[in-house]
Write a protein of this length. Sequence first.
Length: 134
Amino acid sequence: MFKKIHHIAYLVRDLDKAAVLYENAFGVKVYGRQAFPPRGIEVAFFNVGDVLFELIMPVEKGTRAYNYLEEHGEGFFHIAFEVDSIEKHLKMARAAGAEPMHDEPIPGVDWDVAWLKREGVFGVFSQFVKTKEE
């Protein structure tokens, strides 16, 4: 069972510009930024209620984020659901016809994740997330 929506991610070409826009237009405060070299991205974080919102800027060609941005432009990238067990949810997803991108959790920014391919979940990249403090 999903615990909650953990985060929603948007891809942007200019992280500074996007962060200022969200702060000025929506009154949210970016509370952190982080480079994540394993994925070739930089991320800015803010909260909307208890949901984390990520602005992701690809900084390395050939990565999933870079390729998606080039093909689809800026905007919605993925949704992540916090779960009690990634492995359990991967099995459930497979049984329901969704196709995971990998068989085991991989390190995320401050949590572990497993990606589901877009084609099996109505065109939306989806993640299962398990926070590391659990």
